[in-house]
Design a protein around this ligand. Sequence first.
Ligand code: HEM
Length: 110
Amino acid sequence: MAKQDIISRKEIEIVINTFYEKVKVDDAIGYMFASVDWNAHLPVMYNFWDNALFYTGHYSGNPMEKHQKAHAANPMTADHFKRWLALFEATINELLVEKMPTFSRKEREV
Ligand code: HEM
């Protein structure tokens, strides 16, 4: 089914919040995020994604280093990664499928 493009920072925030609500309670990968400070992490993720999508320059971190540390604490396998991707895709399908637009006009203002 056709999907909407993400066109605003507000939409990124909704997608990311919805995604991590799923991640936190997920049986397979939730425990890997148990010690994350969400008040600090979520804004970093908004910046990461708005830089990835809109080239805003808001993110200049080092995800590889963070994930090496995360992996040292809780080893990540291919199955964990697949689960992360499945939750991400489920979030996109839930929020951005054309026939079920969740975002109001205000949220779609750039
Ligand atoms: C099994 C899959 C994954 C796990 C378990 C995982 C876990 C984590 C953890 C524990 C952190 C550290 C949070 C903190 O600072 O407290 C983190 C940070 C981050 N992750 Fe992941 N992650 C996964 C996949 C991904 C993927 C696929 C992406 C990108 C598409 C991603 C992007 C990031 C970014 C941008 C950060 C922040 C780095 C920074 O602080 O600058 N992660 N992740």
